[in-house]
Design a protein around this ligand. Structure first.
Ligand SMILES: [Zn+2]
Length: 83
């Protein structure tokens, strides 16, 4: 019973994190809309999720195949990779 209560606490804590993250658009949030490249506007890659780094695998995000821009799951540019 105690273990269940602890589990419940952890789950509600995670739920609050995800809900807040979705509103605040931080890494805990869930993006329900397909991200679009902020540099070239490309959205064709949104269906295929192929993490290019450990950070992308953990937190989402992708690299634009057109211009090579690395972005988070919200489509915000993180760093531009050298061409
Ligand atoms: Zn792009």
């Amino acid at each position: 019973m105690v273990a269940f209560l602890i589990f419940l606490c952890i789950m509600s804590f995670l739920l609050v994190l995800v809900v807040y993250g979705t509103l605040a658009r931080n890494r805990w949030g869930i993006n329900f809309e397909p991200a679009r490249c902020s540099v070239c506007g490309n959205a064709a890659f949104s269906a295929i999720r192929r993490p290019a780094s450990l950070r992308q695998a953990l937190w989402g995000g992708k690299t634009c195949p057109i211009c090579g821009t690395e972005m988070d799951k919200w489509g915000r540019q993180i760093s531009s990779s050298p061409k």
